[in-house]
Design a protein around this ligand. Structure first.
Ligand code: MN
Length: 379
């Protein structure tokens, strides 16, 4: 059968000359013959079927490398490869749709309506309390609890500057109390922490008397059955699951690292002269790297977020007892604060206790509780 010139083959196959040249270079569709004198390329009409397949796959958006693979397979195997590719493409499109929905909500300050109802199988019920304690003049803790976001920040810096730092961190996180797609949980948290850091830096540049202010930040952000954890400093998150209490954050303190290195014992922590020293905090001056972790959210779990005003004076066994025995989260938060006060409350103390419940569709829950912001000496 007579070979076709590039122009004839292009017309017959629906591929441009330029595309044919590219596919030749990539080894995807080499011409049947190349004239050694002129360099003209000729195609076998039998190659038309292959060329049409390549054109179809390109219209599908398939990358050339995948086309090269598919076009060498026998039809049945090619069909399977194509099905795999399309499944992946649809999953990616769905992820992009969720990301777009989230960004629209995030940038407009409105809670975007997620069309994917299956991604919201859990709901949380919380109690939040903060107390100035018995010694301090100011409450420099700041906390927030909403339908999807819980956060505790413990500010430092003296003369109310700590209040500014902790409130700034919480303000940066608050817009995330919306539908964040689960694959974006950690990106969103990290972005908010970076934003808080640059806001603090700008404030310090504008007013050098603020230098030295900083804050801890420990927060949980839910999306469906996933949970993002961001943590910097010595506030803590605990998880109660199946009757056990686990501390799920690690203090960024000197004494914790000395403990980890075996240089001091648990008993020596309370009397260590530098037990207050933080190795990491959110302060806008030092590039801070928060711990970020993606976790499973399960119905029946309970979480505690607390500032060091709690664990600084209340023994772990007492914290665990309240978490395990007091069913109502608001009452549990109040009881924990009471234990800190009874322990002398040398520091501000803040607690959020949150229970993870099954989907609203299985529980006749009232409308979502109002978010609560608990900041500063006014509390
Ligand atoms: Mn504190």
């Amino acid at each position: 059968m007579a070979l076709l010139s590039t122009g004839e083959f292009a017309r017959a196959s629906g591929l441009s000359r330029k595309a044919l040249r590219l596919y030749d270079e990539l080894g995807l569709l080499p011409p049947a013959q190349v004239d050694p004198a002129t360099g003209y390329r000729f195609y076998d009409p039998a190659q038309l079927e292959q060329a049409r397949l390549v054109a179809w796959l390109r219209r599908l958006g398939m990358p050339l490398a995948t086309i090269r693979l598919v076009s060498t397979l026998p039809p049945a195997a090619a069909a399977m490869e194509l099905a795999d590719y399309w499944e992946q493409a649809e999953a990616e499109a769905a992820a992009r749709r969720r990301l777009a929905t989230f960004l629209i909500g995030y940038l407009s300050g409105r809670d975007a309506v997620m069309t994917d109802a299956a991604s919201e199988p859990l709901t949380i019920r919380y109690g939040i309390r903060s107390d100035i304690g018995l010694v301090r003049q100011d409450n420099e803790d700041c906390a927030y609890a909403g339908g999807r976001l819980l956060a505790v920040a413990d500010g430092m810096g003296g003369h109310a500057h700590g209040e500014v730092a902790s409130a700034t961190a919480i303000e940066a996180l608050r817009p995330l109390d919306t539908s964040v797609p689960d694959e974006e949980l950690l990106n969103a948290l990290e972005h908010a922490v970076l934003r808080a850091g640059s806001t603090l830096r700008e404030m310090i540049e504008a007013d050098p008397s603020l230098r030295g202010m900083g804050t801890t930040l420990t927060a949980l952000l839910w999306s469906g059955s996933r949970l993002g954890l961001v943590h910097i400093g010595d506030s803590r998150a605990y998880l109660v699951r199946d009757g056990d209490v686990f501390q799920i954050t690690r203090d960024h303190t000197l004494v914790q690292s000395l403990l980890d290195e075996g240089k001091i014992t648990e008993d020596e922590v309370a009397s260590h002269p530098k037990r207050m020293l933080l190795l990491r905090a959110l302060d806008g001056e030092h590039g801070c790297a928060p711990d970020l972790e993606l976790r499973d959210a399960r119905a029946g779990d309970r979480y505690l977020l607390s500032s060091d005003g709690l664990h600084g004076v209340v023994p772990p066994a007492d914290i665990a007892r309240v978490l395990l025995e007091v069913a109502d989260p608001d009452q549990a938060a109040a009881d924990l604060i009471r234990l800190a006060i009874d322990g002398g409350a040398p520091d501000n103390v803040t607690c959020i206790v949150a229970d993870v419940l099954p989907a609203a569709k299985t529980l006749p829950l009232p409308a979502t509780a109002e978010p609560v912001l608990c900041c500063g000496s006014g509390e």
